[in-house]
Design a protein around this ligand. Structure first.
Ligand SMILES: [Zn+2]
Length: 431
């Protein structure tokens, strides 16, 4: 079986609108058909009597929230806006912020190609407000209050401010909005998030967005079982208005544990290896699947070639994996044994630590030009790449009957646009 190099599931709809966002190696990074509901969200006129344009999109993973923010940014640039502020409000929101900045710059530049009239220089400024926020008190820190005041004072000179905030913290967005309105600014603010708590005075700006566009149906069924969605903290997916063209390749399971009471004896667990990332054999089995089931690394996998996957198309992820370069191999959180297994079968790997901003930026932009290991699978703690997507997600479940339900389905599996490989550590009866 091979998966198409087309980076996304394409869903064609009645009255569809197709937008290409971003570009990579001369081909579209994302080509997506929006449903009428999503087009409505873009065309929906502001419900305030002044010139504000505020929307807070609330929806599960892969519902095209980021795409809508990007399209809004592009439309602002067409209206003469020369600076969009890309506000990061969560400590684990760095990758998502890099992705938005990169794609917005690229998309505006591409939209302007062939323009005969000179345009003002367009910039996207990434501002990280997460350190300014006290999560416990739901307010700015002392230093943050001064910093945000200075930032808003500077904006009030222009009177009009354009803000995009993906994977947003609703409280920070609301506080920021009030600060800017208090200074008489006209505020264009589009934010989005999966788990969003919005103060009462801002709920009128919230729009739910619920049609799954990223993941194929067989992955959507897993994400729907995540606690966050079952308990309503994340809006439930709705059925797409058009039936998807296929169910997608079934989730592949790799069994770490030795056997269970139902007589499954596929596992291989050795003593002391509770979790898959401490297991060389799991690494070898994942490598075998990547090479022989998904056909990674074949000769026809070059850019522009159809019919294959690149190592860059793979995230290997799970909770609490310690990807710091100075973590000893024998540390129980280090994925070193698993990586040894991968390498024994010749899989090129890169390990990305959340503290390495340059590496996180490269993952977000999926751009490895000039890097020694250009095409490699990415091994990463799941939160580091929150907001990104890849065709193949290998999910290293930490088990204990909980991980998949609490975070794994929502955070790891939902990154997949095509194939999930689920490495299960224990004989828990998953639904
Ligand atoms: Zn194993």
């Amino acid at each position: 079986m091979s998966l198409s190099t087309q980076p996304r599931l394409q869903l064609w709809t009645e009255g569809h609108v197709v937008h290409a966002v971003g570009e990579e190696h001369g081909r579209d990074l994302t080509r997506i058909a929006l449903f009428p509901r999503q087009v409505e969200l873009l065309e929906d006129t502001p419900d305030d009597d002044d010139d504000d344009d505020v929307r807070i999109l609330h929806g599960g993973p892969g519902t095209a929230k980021t795409i809508l923010l990007l399209l809004r940014g592009v439309s602002w640039s067409r209206d003469g806006c020369d600076t969009v502020f890309n506000i990061q409000t969560r400590h684990d929101g760095e990758a998502a912020a890099y992705l938005v900045s990169h794609q917005l710059r690229e998309t505006v530049a591409r939209a302007r190609q062939g323009d005969t009239v000179a345009q003002p220089v367009f910039t996207v400024q990434h501002v990280n407000m997460a350190p300014w926020w006290d999560q416990r008190n739901k307010d700015w820190t002392e230093e943050g209050r001064l910093a945000v005041a200075a930032w808003c004072d500077a904006r009030s000179e222009d009177r009009k401010v354009h803000i995009i905030a993906d994977e947003a913290n609703g409280h920070i967005i609301s506080h920021l909005y009030r600060e800017l309105k208090g200074r008489g600014c006209t505020v264009k603010l589009w934010a989005a998030g999966v788990k969003l708590k919005i103060p009462d005075d801002m709920t009128r700006y919230v729009r739910q967005i619920t049609a799954p566009l990223r993941c194929p149906p067989c992955v959507v069924r897993e994400v729907e079982q995540a606690n966050g969605m079952k308990h309503g903290r994340v809006p439930r997916y709705t059925k797409p208005p058009v039936k998807p063209p296929c169910d997608g390749p079934p989730v592949i399971t790799i069994t770490h544990y030795k056997e269970d009471y139902s007589g499954d004896r596929e596992g291989h667990q050795a003593e002391g290896e509770d979790v898959p990332w401490r297991c060389e054999e799991c690494g070898r089995r994942v490598a075998h699947t990547l090479l022989h089931t998904l056909h990674l690394g074949r000769h026809d996998n070059g850019p522009g070639e159809q019919g294959g996957l690149r190592y860059n198309d793979v995230f290997i992820m799970g909770p609490y994996i310690d990807c710091a370069p100075d973590t000893p191999d024998d540390n129980g959180d280090s994925p070193a044994p698993f990586i040894r297994g991968l390498r024994q079968l010749g899989i090129p790997t890169r390990v990305v630590h959340p503290g390495d901003s340059e590496a996180v930026r490269r993952v977000a932009e999926n751009s490895w030009t000039g890097v020694a290991v250009a095409d490699a699978v990415t091994i990463v703690e799941e939160r580091t790449v929150w907001g990104l997507e890849r065709k193949v997600v290998v999910y290293l479940d930490m088990g204990r009957g909980l991980d998949a339900d609490t975070t794994g389905r929502m955070v790891s599996m939902s990154r997949s646009t095509a194939q999930v490989v689920w490495v299960k550590p224990e004989p828990y009866r998953y639904r």
